[in-house]
Ligand binder design. Sequence first.
Ligand code: 13P
Length: 252
Amino acid sequence: MRTPIVAGNWKMNLGMDEAVQLAQDIADGAPENGVKLIVAPVSVHLASVTEALATSPVLLSSQNMHWADSGAYTGEVSGPMLRELAVRYVILGHSERRQYFGESDEEINRKVLSALDQELRPIVCFGESLSDREAKRTEAKVEFQVRAALAGLSAEQAQKVILAYEPIWAIGTGKTASPQQAQQVHRFLRGVLKERFDVETAQTVPILYGGSVKPHNFDTLITQDDIDGGLVGGASLKADSFLELARIAGNI
Ligand code: 13P
């Protein structure tokens, strides 16, 4: 059995005080129902949020990292720096980073390998555009992205990865993939993992769904066999809705 996960990607939102308050409210209200809760604030808030979460089981993620440990990479943050702040996860390959910052599949793969070296668990994002879906290229696209992101990994390393299927057309649009659409892609990806690694890896790797996840649509998504949780943007910015998602994930 895979542990349900609800991860909040706060993106470039919230002031410092708001971020700390949200972390505290989530820590205070976190249900003890076996659901793993992860929050990902902006890098400059990680140190304060880690303090706010110190005595809670809520885990901390970064939204990005560089592949090098240190060096002349102005504006970047490295894995060892994240580790110093008790960060355990790192979101990699989000479509916003691919789209606005030109991140390539190769770069994402380098980051995945570096994160694993630093004992950070990568949350690897991928997903098709609306034109990919309309041209029936969804499976080809997600298979390509996942194989590229996981290139060079052993099965043992792959089992540390969390995958997050985020159809681009569903992010921030209010248009969620239907539970059937999402399940179909998640099931397909387990087949890809089985072919690329082995049955154990295919059964172990959590696959989250992301894209307009809200309390009113989450129960029908999370109850699908191959959907192990949510990577949540907008609904993770309020403690009430994030905690409601945590409770829903615990009811399955
Ligand atoms: P929304 O939940 O706001 O659609 O964002 C999803 C997302 O991009 C999470 O990484």
